[in-house]
Design a protein around this ligand. Structure first.
Ligand SMILES: [Zn+2]
Length: 193
C-alpha cells in the first residue's frame, strides 16, 4: 500500500462499496487512516515544539508510560521566571554568556521536570532530536527506558557522542523512527462551527 503523505481529518479515503451503508451512504466500518500510536506521540511532541521561542531549533518531547498514556510534555525554553526577552537566543557571540546555551532548558529536561507527580520508571520518551549528553543523564536518572527520536543530525558532535555512550551503557533502547504518515494536516476549519 503506498504511504500516504497527508492526513485530512475531514475524510476517510480508504473505503469501498462494502463499507457503505445501503440506506444513506454512511461509512459503517472503522477508519483505516487513523494515527498509529507512535505517529500520535511524535505528532504531539511536534505540536509541543511549536511553543518554543527559539528562532533556530524547536524541540518537543512527549513521555509515555507502558499503557500508552502521556505523562509529560516539554519543549525547549528559558527557565521559569527568566525572561525570554532579556536572555540571548544567539548561537554564536564573543562570550558564551551571550549565547543561549548557558540558559536554555532542553525539551527533555522540561518534560522530565514538569511531570505531574508520576514515576517515569519504564517510560518511553518521544523526541524530535536525539538527546544531548545533559538530557541523556536526566533520562537515565529518571528511569526512562526507551528513546524514540526523529533526527540525529548532530551525531558527530561530542555532546551527542557522549550521550550515546552513556545511554548504551545504561541499556536505554534507542530507536530512530520514521512516521508512517510523513505529513499530518491540522485544519481547524474542517470542524463544523
Ligand atoms: Zn539536551
Amino acid at each position: 500500500m503506498p504511504q500516504k503523505t497527508e492526513l485530512d481529518i475531514s475524510s476517510s479515503s480508504e473505503t469501498n462499496d462494502s463499507n457503505i451503508n445501503d440506506v444513506d451512504g454512511e461509512i459503517t466500518t472503522k477508519r483505516t487512516d487513523y494515527l498509529v500510536w507512535w505517529d500520535y506521540f511524535m505528532s504531539i511532541a511536534y505540536i509541543t515544539s511549536m511553543r518554543s521561542k527559539d528562532p533556530n531549533t524547536q524541540v518537543g518531547a512527549c513521555i509515555v508510560n507502558e499503557s500508552n498514556r502521556i505523562v509529560s510534555l516539554g519543549y525547549n525554553g528559558m527557565p521559569n521566571g527568566c525572561s525570554d526577552d532579556e536572555l540571548p537566543w544567539n548561537r554564536t557571540a564573543n562570550s558564551s554568556l551571550d549565547t543561549k546555551y548557558l540558559y536554555v532548558c532542553h525539551a527533555e529536561m522540561n518534560a522530565i521536570l514538569n511531570k505531574t507527580s508520576y514515576d517515569l520508571s519504564g517510560c518511553t520518551i518521544f523526541v524530535l532530536l536525539f538527546p544531548c549528553n545533559e538530557c541523556a543523564k536526566m533520562i537515565i536518572q529518571a528511569g526512562i527506558k526507551r528513546i524514540i527520536y526523529l533526527s540525529d543530525k548532530y551525531s558527530d558532535e561530542n555532546k551527542f557522542i557522549a550521550s550515546r555512550r552513556l545511554l548504551s551503557m545504561a541499556n536505554i533502547e534507542l530507536i530512530q523512527y520514521t512516521p508512517k504518515q510523513s505529513k499530518i494536516l491540522i485544519d481547524f476549519d474542517t470542524i463544523a462551527k
